[in-house]
Design a protein around this ligand. Structure first.
Ligand code: ADP
Ligand code: MG
Length: 395
């Protein structure tokens, strides 16, 4: 799960991470009011979307920049009016862009230097990693590729947590000395506490800035949260903005389905993440492209299967469906009744290949056969993949 920058700022305040004051606004008037409350001169208007690269982005109507530094509250109101209700395209939004329905009005600071700072969960080292760079405000992937020597890494032992010597080490590698190093250490520690207590999998500050009056402040924020920990993060869940998410994934999450939308045209309905991945692999191996990853889980109910099938059928890119079920815990007949229930609600106008194996398979097959639906049954995984790829190509 992700959150907006203005919400990240609320977490910064709660955990004592230094950041310029900011207020969110949904209309130009609200933006003007917020700007007067913060007070000029020196304000920044920032489009709130779940994507980075806003500063260099362009609105679909041609207006340039999702981040504007202005002098007066009147100018802030004017710029907010130009952003709200418009679609911003950045290198992270894809060509369709993202609708801006909120802007953040924040105090602008005079920057002397921008840095990059992130804390993330690093599976490779079974620990947390801190990534810092002197090249802030830039695309970090590009820095990593072209000037890897400008990126510093520090691993944090999960049992020990971030130690102050590590903060000083990072500050020193960024060239920060004296009071600036102390301030940086304080900010890193506060951010670490936020990251750990809020079950983040990533916090990224790009840029972390040094101001002309020698303050170390976080100017931007990107957060990812560990979805498996959301049950104990009620405040974080309350910040969820489903309008920023793939509608297919939002629907799937309501039914507890593990669903990830992809770009291909063959939908997969599978039980078990491993089987789902091998199903995607074998579709590709036979020349097809999967439209999604979908694991209905080991003990899915008829309602979940019906919901899964409806999400698949609601995707206009889907040109064929492959159901691949191995009934270990799952009863094949539940899958069969779910498919039929969904197909009755949403008319099935595309090829459907079903491969059932395992628990109660004969009953499942009989249920499907008796349904009168145009279903192609397959004997094994290879047969199933070949049949659905051929059917989609022929259509
Ligand atoms: P994005 O990464 O989406 O482009 P940022 O929040 O990083 O958005 O803003 C882009 C640039 O705008 C920053 O690199 C910084 O130079 C400037 N900026 C952002 N917030 C402020 C602020 N409060 N005061 C002054 N400059 C800012
Ligand atoms: Mg940024």
């Amino acid at each position: 799960m992700n959150i907006h920058e203005y919400q990240a700022k609320q977490l910064f305040e709660k955990f004592g991470v230094a950041t310029p004051k900011g207020i969110v606004a949904s209309t130009a008037e609200e933006a003007g009011k917020a700007a007067r409350e913060i007070g000029g001169p020196g304000l920044v208007v920032k489009a709130q979307v779940h994507a980075g690269g806003r500063g260099k982005g362009t609105f679909k109507n041609g207006f340039k920049g999702g981040v504007h530094v202005v002098d007066t509250p009147e100018q802030a109101e004017d710029i907010a009016g130009k952003m709200l209700g418009q679609t911003l395209v950045t290198h992270q939004t894809g060509p369709e862009g993202k609708l801006v329905s909120k802007v953040l009005i924040a105090k602008a600071v005079d920057i002397t230097k921008e840095y990059y700072f992130a804390i993330l969960f690093d599976r490779g080292s079974s620990s947390h990693a801190i990534i810092a760079s002197t090249e802030g405000g830039m695309n970090i992937e590009e820095v990593a590729e072209k000037t890897p020597e400008k990126i510093f890494k520090e691993f944090v032992n999960p049992a020990l947590g971030l130690q102050s010597y590590q903060c000083r080490k990072i500050a020193a590698s960024l060239g920060l000395r004296g009071p600036l190093a102390n301030q940086a250490t304080k900010l890193f520690t506060a951010l670490w506490n936020l990251y750990l207590k809020s079950d983040c999998s990533l916090v990224e500050i790009n840029p972390l800035a040094i101001t002309t009056d020698n303050q170390v402040v976080a100017l931007d924020a990107k957060f990812n949260f560990d979805d498996n920990a959301l049950y104990r993060q009620k405040d974080v869940v309350a910040m969820r903005d489903t309008t920023e998410e793939d509608p297919r994934e939002v629907a799937a999450s309501e039914f507890g389905l593990n669903y990830i939308g992809l770009d291909g045209n063959i939908a997969c309905l599978v039980n078990g993440a491993g089987l789902a991945m091998s199903t995607m692999d074998i579709i590709k191996f036979h020349g097809g492209e999967p439209a999604n990853f979908l694991d209905v889980g080991g003990g899915a109910t008829k309602e979940q299967v019906t919901a899964a099938f409806k999400i698949i059928l609601g995707d206009p890119n889907v040109k064929g469906i492959l159901v691949n079920i191995f009934g270990g815990i799952m009863d094949c007949n539940i899958i069969a009744t779910g498919i039929i229930a969904a197909a009755q609600e949403v008319s099935l106008g595309i090829p459907l290949v079903v491969r059932l194996e395992g628990n109660n398979v004969e009953a499942g097959k009989a249920t499907l056969a008796a349904s009168g639906l145009a279903i192609t049954s397959a004997s094994d995984l290879t047969d199933a993949a070949q049949k659905i790829v051929a059917a989609v190509k022929a259509a």
